[in-house]
Design a protein around this ligand. Structure first.
Ligand code: BJW
Length: 252
């Protein structure tokens, strides 16, 4: 039975958090909102780019029709990110990797802020804004923030595109499979800052729930997953996750 609570941690969640060995965290754009990164569906600046909804500009069709416009949109977002830093939620999640014997962080975000907060082995379901991919030979190259991005593939000179997953495109090889395996094995699953509208990512908490995991959502708003979750902590990720930090320090 799902209970929607104010952002305070129930005894059951406390006990599960302190005793869990296998934990999976799925994050979305909301985890970066407190860093100043606009969400996709939160009505923020990035929902529309020069009159185009994000699902038009961030589409495979636009890559084919107008790659320079796609680059303009991604260059703008990378420039924005360079002035931003990981927030309390990213830092708290980074600590969790050392608290649990099996910890898997799966993100839909392309911003790299989890890694900048110290998270290791992050499964990036939708790619990274800090990589490009050749449209012809598919070779991948990192973008270094201090250097201009690669314009053409160094291997074959063909155009490169952002190495992100657009609607209708398939996820990076093995990424969803790894995430789904961890979801099926976890005891405790956190779903943080995602509208849970985009599949297959939104299917991960469903897999965890079906396999018997306790599922906890952290989001200021309800989502299509709220009814499935055992607990919905309704609040901002930075504020809510700080409660878990205190919990651990209280028990030491
Ligand atoms: C806070 C907060 C704070 C605010 N603290 N929280 C099954 C059913 C139906 C459809 C499909 C299905 N399987 C596949 C599909 C098709 C499609 C899909 O899901 N469509 C639905 C939208 C209908 N999926 C795909 O196409 C995927 N590919 C695929 O499945 O390939 C196989 C296949 C191919 C062909 C045919 C069929 C199958 C690919 C999906 C790629 C998504 N790409 C994007 C863009 C990336 C590039 C870019 O960055 O521009 O990824 S879309 C966009 O949405 C981005 C995000 O990662 C993704 C999810 O958004 P997210 O993270 O949830 O953000 P928001 O903005 O939606 O929500 C923010 C949340 O934060 C809100 O809830 C706020 O309340 C909350 N919040 N402040 C905590 N402080």
């Amino acid at each position: 039975m799902q209970s929607v609570t104010e952002p305070s941690i129930s005894d059951e969640l406390r006990q599960r958090y302190l005793s869990a060995s296998r934990v999976l965290v799925l994050t979305g754009a909301g985890v970066s909102a407190e860093s100043g990164v606009p969400t996709f569906r939160g009505g923020g600046n990035s929902s529309v780019w020069k009159g185009m909804p994000f699902d038009v500009i961030s589409s495979a069709r636009m890559v084919e029709r107008n790659l320079p416009a796609v680059w303009e949109w991604f260059d703008y977002r990378r420039d924005l990110l360079q002035g931003l830093s990981p927030n309390r939620a990213h830092h708290e999640i980074a600590k969790w990797q050392d608290h649990f014997s099996e910890f898997t962080l799966v993100t839909q975000n392309v911003d790299g802020l989890h890694q900048r907060a110290g998270s290791r082995d992050v499964i990036e379901l939708h790619g990274s804004i800090w990589r490009v991919r050749c449209t012809v030979c598919h070779a991948r190259f990192e973008i270094h923030p201090a250097q201009p991005r690669v314009e053409a593939c160094p291997d074959c000179s063909e155009p490169v595109r952002p190495d992100v997953v657009l609607f209708g495109e398939i996820l990076p090889a093995g990424a969803f499979e790894r995430a789904a395996a961890a979801a099926a094995e976890c005891e405790l699953c956190f779903v943080i800052g995602t509208s849970a509208l985009v599949y297959p990512a939104a299917g991960l908490p469903e897999i965890a729930h079906a396999a018997g995991a306790f599922v906890c959502e952290v989001n200021p708003e309800r989502t299509p997953l709220s009814d499935l979750c055992d607990v919905s902590l309704m609040g901002k990720a930075g504020e809510v996750l700080t409660l878990f930090s205190r919990l651990r320090s209280e028990t030491v």
